[in-house]
Write a protein that binds this ligand. Structure first.
Ligand SMILES: [Zn+2]
Ligand SMILES: [Zn+2]
Length: 389
């Protein structure tokens, strides 16, 4: 069915919206043209379907993956191909306020503040049935004859660099009143770390964890590990200012590879090597360090996507019974559980939020994130009038 042929009333039939705050028919949204070309345009406000809500976007964090999408297209996939010149709105780490509910939705109310996880799988493939909806076998199939209902907002469907976005109810998590918009955008990042550590890794309290790379996922992996009872938690990073934030988030030890050999130091601190290593850098050096600093039977989680094939010591891995696994995103509702930690302030995620810009200044915000201007870590854009920080 082509929604363009329906009248406004027909498109919104069965949708519940507030009478006090009418929803406009058009909104401001950034769209991707050629690589790195973002334009602010007017677009129709999308209409929520069954199991969906319309979220008025309040704040969006910029992720390293957004920068990749803008430059290379991947891992975004629109209508089976690159996302360029398809009227596609990126942005996936957002939060906002529910503005309308699709037909039959009673799990949320209009006005609820929510933060979102990215993926709503198709719900019918083998992986979705296991709760691994970020690895959906129908990934990106949401158009034409192959519409399986898959959504990964900001990757395969429109995302948050706009005034409104559609979300499946499974992807929304209520935000407590005490949590700021900016911190709420970080819950999905913590959820990604949680997924790697507990859902796929099986981490239990008292095991040792090494995190390599103090980017946002790495820093929140430190925080989540500590909150889960890992001991000790060791952070490996070359940038001292970020390492210091890692210490505040719960790292018991910091190793700067500029000053000492991380493998030797981890062995010294743990005896036989770490139970878990999370590699958030993903280059040949760190992958090999991960293999050599993991103890027999330990686990390595690859949380970064190496851009090209890497050589690593596979023999050492096999003979020492080391497990290696990748994570894609934040499956098995890990984000919902990350919110439980963050709502109780088990760690102060606001330490990694460094800058806020108005939505109209998205290109400046992206430049800050990309060039790490002024020690930027997490840069957030907001649709709300700006307050003094
Ligand atoms: Zn992200
Ligand atoms: Zn699926």
């Amino acid at each position: 069915m082509n929604s363009g042929q329906l009248s406004h009333e027909q498109r919104w039939q069965g949708v519940k919206a507030s009478e006090q705050v009418p929803i406009p028919s058009q909104m401001r949204a950034w769209v991707l043209g050629d690589p790195e070309e973002l334009t602010l345009i007017n677009k129709p406000v999308p209409v929520p379907g069954r199991s969906e809500a319309l979220v008025r976007i309040d704040a969006v964090a910029i992720c390293a993956t957004d920068l990749e999408i803008l430059e290379y297209g991947t891992p975004a996939l629109i209508e089976g191909g690159p996302p360029f010149n398809k009227n596609f709105t990126p942005g996936h780490e957002y939060m906002g306020t529910i503005a309308a509910l699709g037909p039959g939705v009673d799990e949320f109310e209009i006005g609820d503040r929510v933060t979102v996880e990215i993926h709503a799988g198709c719900g019918q493939c083998k992986r979705c049935r296991m709760g691994m909806y970020t690895s959906c076998h129908n990934y990106g199939l949401n158009y034409g004859d192959v519409d399986k209902g898959h959504r990964a907002n900001g990757f395969t469907t429109n995302g948050g660099f706009a005034e409104y976005a559609i979300n499946n109810i499974n992807t929304m998590i209520r935000v407590p009143d005490t949590m700021s918009d900016e911190v709420a955008t970080l819950v999905v990042t913590a959820g990604t770390s949680m997924y790697g550590l507990t859902e796929l890794g099986g981490l239990v309290a008292g095991e040792s964890v090494v995190v390599i790379g103090p980017g946002p996922i790495g820093l929140l992996a430190v925080a989540v590990s500590k909150a889960l009872g890992a001991s000790p938690v060791i952070l490996v990073g070359t940038r001292d200012n970020r390492n210091e934030i890692g210490r505040k988030l719960g790292a018991d030890y910091i190793i700067n590879p500029k000053n000492e050999d991380p493998v030797a130091r981890v062995k010294e601190l743990t005896g036989k090597g770490a139970d878990y290593v999370i590699d958030c850098a993903g280059n040949e050096t760190t992958v090999n360090q991960s293999v050599h600093m993991t103890n027999r039977g330990g686990r390595i989680c690859l949380a970064a996507f190496p851009k090209k094939p890497v050589n690593f010591d596979l023999g050492y891995m096999a003979v020492n019974n080391i497990y290696l696994y990748g994570i894609r995103g934040e499956g098995r509702s890990a984000t919902h559980r990350a919110m439980a930690f963050m709502a109780e302030y088990r760690f102060d995620a606001s330490l990694i939020h460094t800058h806020t810009f108005p939505m109209e200044e998205l290109p400046t915000a992206i430049r800050y994130a990309k060039e790490r201007i002024d020690d930027a870590i997490k840069v957030v854009v907001t649709n709300k009038p700006q307050q003094e920080k």
